[in-house]
Design a protein around this ligand. Structure first.
Ligand SMILES: Cc1cc2nc3c(=O)[nH]c(=O)nc-3n(C[C@H](O)[C@H](O)[C@H](O)COP(=O)(O)OP(=O)(O)OC[C@H]3O[C@@H](n4cnc5c(N)ncnc54)[C@H](O)[C@@H]3O)c2cc1C
Length: 404
């Protein structure tokens, strides 16, 4: 059965599919899309390539994924979304990343599409809905989220970019660092300080169109995974209409981080999906590669690595899915989502490390999938809240629950 194949490849687990029949049907459609169309788009590329300038290629993926109903999956049903709960979303996203495709972040629009605006839908004016949200939902425009600055990383509230009111406009000055998707995004959600007092943390969010005078992108660096779609946004005397302000003054961080618990949880399937691809590749390699007259999978040392990979992956998936169920049931789950983000990122990296070991020399030559997954997964222990910041959140919440 096609769906059985898809499921087996997504996660080498004996457990029955935990999601809904509708989610399973979407996974089957994504599987066909990945095999029939995505593979052809990728064929001319090495798996490590992810140049920021390839907007035309990304757009092809966005538009097809939109036409097939994947792109807006995370949106509410009133906006054309599938109305999936978090459990279904996690399972679908995991499958997307288990394809091992470098174009995976574009299928559901994780990088610059609907998941970036889903938290803003209830906050925007009708005019902003027309100008900013709907074009992103329709895959006509790409959007990025710009919080980080040179001196404001984990401490996002320390940002120094200024937005100064001038009649019916705001004038923005500052430099945002490490902004995913910025080299090809049409719109940025920029967080800036609207307080005249530098000691006061009054942070407000704005839509800023990339074609405004005073807005430019400066890149020139790549991530360790070879991606050049992360760059700086420089704002110099960049004038935007006051109607571009999102929500209330001073509510910028709350807006941007309002769905932090769901966001943290929904990063986990990216990691478990990539780890699944690494385990699947390792199982195939252990069967195919022969040394000393036998498949390397016959050696107990290799078998134990495969076993440890499967244990880490199973534990990571179990935590991710249990947190999804908690949140779907209306639980708070803030600390638990931070636990899942931390554990999945660290367990998935251990899986990738063993995958490299099992692949031997092939595992450390650039261009192979396992080597690329290793570099990808190393990044998630830092991105979207480092492991140390997750531990802070977990401990703080645990102590608060005890009234400490
Ligand atoms: C590829 C990439 C894509 C990114 N995409 C975006 C994006 O789209 N939008 C955006 O706004 N930002 C983005 N970022 C920024 C990212 O969110 C930050 O890099 C991350 O939050 C860490 O901040 P930092 O790099 O300044 O590290 P720092 O905050 O300087 O941390 C350095 C070290 O100190 C530790 N540390 C810091 N504070 C504490 C603490 N209180 N307790 C314990 N340890 C602590 C950290 O855990 C880490 O080990 C991206 C970064 C990269 C590399």
């Amino acid at each position: 059965m096609a769906n059985e194949t898809a499921r087996r490849e997504a996660a080498p687990t004996a457990a029955p599919f935990e999601g809904s029949a509708k989610a399973q049907a979407m996974i089957e459609r994504i599987d066909r899309f990945a095999r029939d169309e995505l593979a052809a788009l990728e064929s001319a590329r090495r798996p490590t390539e992810e140049p920021g300038g390839e907007r035309a290629l990304y757009e092809q993926v966005w538009r097809r994924a939109n036409a097939l109903g994947f792109y807006g999956m995370t949106l509410p049903e009133s906006m054309g979304g599938a109305g999936f709960n978090l459990l279904d979303q996690a399972l679908i996203k995991e499958f997307v990343y288990a394809t091992g495709s470098p174009l995976a972040p574009h299928i559901l629009g994780d990088l610059t599409g609907p998941p970036r605006v889903v938290g803003l839908i209830d906050q925007v004016t009708p005019d902003q809905m027309e100008r900013f949200i709907l074009p992103v939902v329709r895959a006509d425009k790409a959007i990025c989220l710009a919080i980080t600055e040179a001196d404001a990383g984990s401490d996002a509230g320390a940002l120094q970019t200024k937005a100064v009111r001038d009649h019916d406009a705001f004038v923005l000055d500052g430099r945002k660092r490490f902004i995913s998707g910025s080299p090809f995004a049409d719109i940025a959600v920029v967080l800036a300080s609207t307080s005249a007092d530098p000691a006061e943390r009054q942070i407000t969010a704005f839509f800023v169109e990339a074609d405004r005078p005073g807005y430019r992108v400066e890149g020139g660096y790549k991530t360790m995974a070879g991606q050049s779609h992360t760059a700086d946004i420089v704002l110099e005397n960049c004038r935007i209409p006051a109607s571009n302000q999102i929500g209330a003054t001073g509510r910028g961080l709350a807006l941007a981080l309002g769905r932090i618990t769901q966001t943290r949880l929904l990063l986990c399937p990216t990691m478990t999906g990539l780890a699944t691809a690494a385990l699947n590749d390792s199982l195939a390699h252990a069967t195919k590669r022969r040394q000393f007259g036998q498949p390397i999978g016959a050696f107990q040392a290799v078998q134990h690595m495969l076993a440890d990979m499967a244990i880490d992956l199973a534990a990571a998936r179990a935590l991710m899915l249990s947190v999804a169920r908690t949140l779907d049931a209306g639980g708070d789950g803030r600390a638990e989502a931070a636990m899942a983000k931390l554990f999945c990122s660290e367990a998935a990296f251990r899986v990738a490390d063993r995958a490299v070991q099992i692949h031997g020399g092939e595992g450390i030559i650039q261009g192979g999938r396992v080597e690329w997954i290793f570099r990808m997964l190393r990044m998630y222990r830092v991105l979207a809240g480092t492991s140390e910041v997750q531990r802070n959140t977990i401990a703080k919440d645990l102590l608060a629950r005890k009234g400490a």
